[in-house]
Design a protein around this ligand. Sequence first.
Ligand SMILES: Nc1ncnc2c1ncn2[C@@H]1O[C@H](COP(=O)(O)OP(=O)(O)OP(=O)(O)O)[C@@H](O)[C@H]1O
Length: 333
Amino acid sequence: MIHTSGLTKHFVVKKKTVEAVRGIDLHVEAGELVALLGPNGAGKSTTLRMLTTLLPPTSGSARVAGFDVVADQREVRGRIGYIGQGNGAGHSQRGRDELISQGRAYGMSVAAARARAAELIASLDLEGVADRVVSSLSGGQRRRLDIAMGLIHAPALLFLDEPSTGLDPQNRANLQEHIRELRAGHGTTIVLTTHYLDEADQLAERVIVVDHGRVIADATPERLKADHAGDRVTLTFDHEADARRGEARALDIAAGARAERTGARVVIEVPGGAQLTPKLLRSLDEANLDVVGVEVVRPTLDDVFLNLTGRSLREADAATPETATTTPQESAA
Ligand SMILES: Nc1ncnc2c1ncn2[C@@H]1O[C@H](COP(=O)(O)OP(=O)(O)OP(=O)(O)O)[C@@H](O)[C@H]1O
């Protein structure tokens, strides 16, 4: 469904070159639900804009839904839905009318556009609000309307740029449910960008981690965690001296583990830590080391990012200054 080779985008800003995307090779098969995860400025939106024909690549190539994003823009646009970061829907019209106009713009007949709008309004829980003007809708309702706009022509492939940004947790959960349903009910291929770790973890079947314009990891959330981060086992001992001995013993038992001790507490990071813990406790018991508390925490995608880059995704986000960008033509293509 998506095949890119060395996809690259440079921007020149005040004679300086910004290497937003630096040679991405991406392959997404039909029916996949993929998240591009990375901090602000990693190049996620720029990648999406190239894939949706909104920005021409500086070099490299991309085929989307069977067509080249540069040579066959119209064919690509007709087969995809794109929901950008801003609101696609206008504000003074009723939601339903927006949807019908959008369908007409894709060449649908009035009757077909009307029928499809009604179907999307029902499936995205917009029945109570579709006949209100868009400006009166809540953030979550507007975001769902945006999604309906992107789906009006029943595309086989849907791109969502930061779909949850700005939504409260409940609306975010609702939206994620709708995205799952789209995938399950229609087999739509979905590519979304996010910097929410939990969203990538819970929603996507495949997470492509992007940093500084490059793909640095690509696998299921479980695989990424298993390969790039360990479980964190925290052992609390009665005394600091026991903790010191316990730390050494734990490192003997747990191959590839990293340990850090603070007072009577030892934190061990090790792949498969949950499975290893009973053996660890038995061994500590045999050595007469009293463990008074145990906690096992599974890794998060942030641990993965930290291990891959040395930075936490949260810190990386916080440290990236907002950069003013010139927005390219951004219609729901
Ligand atoms: N139109 C543009 N002109 C100049 N620089 C740009 C433009 N668009 C993006 N950039 C720069 O390219 C880099 C990648 O930006 P991009 O928006 O793709 O990142 P992102 O991963 O989507 O981040 P965010 O989560 O903040 O949307 C950033 O340094 C950004 O400032």
